[in-house]
Design a protein around this ligand. Sequence first.
Ligand code: ADP
Length: 259
Amino acid sequence: KDAYGAPVIGEHGRWLGIVVVMHDITELIKLEQVRKDFVANVSHELKTPVTSIKGFSETLLYGAYKNEETLISFLEIIHKESNRLQMLITDLLDLSKVEQVGYEVNLQKVKLNDVLNRCIDMSTHLLEEKEIELAFSVEDSVKVLGDSNRLMQIMMNLVTNAITYSSDHTTLHISIFKNEKYGIFRIQDEGIGISKEEISRIFERFYRVDRARSRNSGGTGLGLAIVKHLVEAHHGLIEVDSEVGKGTCFTVYIPLVKS
Ligand code: ADP
């Protein structure tokens, strides 16, 4: 089906040759493989918490509920795994929305500082838990063309990751500035870092450098895939720079409002 030929007949039925048309389907095969991998990943990610919820609730029903300590500890596991399922489903739905061809964000005039303030407010709890300090270098009134909720989501993902992949008592350096074209948001952590080989893969769906660490910290492995699409929907850019053992720096460029 992917290659076909037709004879070319000239005057008086003279046989001139054959025209053969071939389609290169390498790209299609690759896409199909990516789709299959994605379905396999989704199934696996959903199956793990469901299996756990099912197992623990069954054990409780078969009598384990009689011991109060067991009851509480099993209920805690069931609760944690249901939260995980909920996060996965939320992220999956969100990813499928932002990945759609023609997906558009609602572009308005937004001050990056306002988004940052909201983001810091929401991260206080996580920062305090690990006693992580913040160091700011923020230019006033950097106004970009963006969707404030979606910009918030981009920042929250990067800040949460920076906290997750850093040790206690480290510092997060956050800056906001601009060049002639873009409003720029930069977050630099002093965490575990990402190797050169892995940097190119972190924006892939479900790619995690350390699966166990990411799962334990509540990550779905979809955050950066969503971030990448959201930045693109803003006609912006995202850059990563990292050194293993030293830390990671994410820089997001969002077009400035033309005044
Ligand atoms: P997750 O939910 O696993 O954090 P993400 O898509 O947000 O998923 O990130 C993908 C992977 O990139 C993470 O699992 C982690 O290995 C790596 N990563 C992301 N941010 C950082 C960071 N600031 N420092 C070190 N590694 C990071």
